[in-house]
Write a protein that binds this ligand. Structure first.
Ligand code: PLP
Ligand code: COI
Length: 366
């Protein structure tokens, strides 16, 4: 069986030899956690220098064979995305801003010298997978199907240059709360490590950025924190972002600040959505640099009343405690603030089809 995808490509559907039983799937969906359970299918599309994008397949999720000289294994030529499919109140399925993920995927591809994937093909691949694995979308509040599109360099060649062969793959994982603790606010550690420098890959969603964040993140966990916050590379003064989330600061005059897209942070789609939703509410949001010292002073004086982290996996999560080598402070009450809760509710209601979608962000899957 083959279905027309996009860009003249059709998906070849391969049968599942051993689909997960209804009982086993129900057990996973009852308590999905984050990133440990996977659905039955995956999509694979090949790219080569001569043929461009070709051989699109939807079939059983299974190990992929790679030559041990494949460029991704040596030089980390890899990019990925993260987005979610939601079961709506009326039983339909929707994606949230997949066009924005497609655009960011291509921005990452350009930075990593990889081929761009037409936006229509990116979205068709995701929709194909979600339709095949529709039974894997949890319906509990806060739960969704996390989608992970990624691209790897598969050419067997050890010279350092862009590969001439790639695989684009999409897998899916039922998701509940990202933070295991489920605590109402997270505690963060101010890292001495640098995540990204000007001219580097900080704005790209490439695996290498996350590999480099593992030691700082492990340090945060070892000290009893949930996440690590990175400061800028040049002055080690300006707040950039967490290991996998952007940050917002809320002040007592009702204004918000979020660090600007300077090229060293990931341009989060949740960050962008909250910027629009806050402005819809008539709030003033400034994209400007904010220093760790100022954060501490403002939290201590009471001028800063809330801080929250945002991202696809973490949605909107309050930051309660901040600890670094130079001391620690608590933001507001140490728990989720009012505006954090309000913006989260606004965003989630749109994502789940429970509120009007004035920006046209929700894409229903037929
Ligand atoms: N910053 C980093 C480093 C991330 O990994 C993520 C997660 O994707 C984000 C920010 C938030 O981005 P988004 O809202 O698009 O998920
Ligand atoms: C996401 O929020 O989609 C992320 O990629 C963050 C983390 C799971 C890497």
């Amino acid at each position: 069986m083959a279905t027309l995808a996009a860009e003249g490509l059709t998906f070849t559907a391969l049968p599942l030899a051993s689909p997960t039983s209804d009982e086993a799937r129900a057990a996973v969906l009852a308590n999905p956690g984050f990133g440990t359970h996977f659905t039955d299918h995956m999509v694979v599309i090949e790219w080569s220098e001569g043929e461009g994008w070709h051989d699109a397949v939807i079939g059983p999720r299974q190990p992929i064979a790679l030559d041990p000289a494949a460029a991704v294994l040596h030089y980390a030529q890899e990019i990925f995305e993260g987005l979610k499919a939601y079961k709506q109140a009326d039983g339909t399925i929707s994606l949230f801003r997949p066009e924005a993920n497609a655009a960011r995927f291509n921005a990452s591809a350009r930075r990593l010298a990889m081929p761009e994937l037409p936006e229509s093909l990116f979205i068709a691949a995701i929709e194909e997978l979600v339709k095949a694995d529709a039974g894997w979308i949890p319906s509990a509040e806060g739960a969704s199907l996390y989608l992970r599109p990624f691209m790897i360099a598969t050419e067997a060649f050890l010279g350092v240059r862009p590969a001439k062969q790639y695989k684009f793959i999409v897998i899916a994982s039922p998701a509940g709360n990202y933070f295991k603790s489920g605590a109402p606010a997270v505690s963060i550690w101010v890292s001495d490590y640098t995540r990204a420098a000007p001219g580097g890959t900080g704005a790209a969603k490439c695996g290498g950025n996350y590999a480099a964040s593992l030691v700082p993140q492990a340090e945060a966990l070892a000290r009893g924190h949930d996440q690590v916050v990175f400061l800028d590379a040049a002055e080690h003064k300006w707040i950039e972002e967490l290991g996998g989330m952007n940050l917002y600061f809320v002040f007592d005059d009702g204004t918000l600040v979020t660090p600007p897209l300077s090229g060293t942070i990931l341009p989060g789609i949740t960050r962008d959505s909250l910027l629009a939703l806050a402005r819809d509410e008539g709030l003033t949001v400034r994209e400007e640099r904010y220093s760790l010292d100022q954060w501490r002073d403002d939290a201590t004086s009471g001028k800063l009343i809330e801080t929250f982290a945002c991202g696809t996996a973490a949605v909107v999560t309050a930051v309660g405690r901040v600890v670094g080598r130079d001391g620690e402070f608590t933001v507001g009450s140490g728990g989720p603030g009012q505006l954090t809760g309000k913006l989260k509710a606004r965003l989630v209601a749109i994502q789940r089809g429970e509120a009007p979608d004035p920006h046209g962000w929700v894409r229903k899957i037929a």
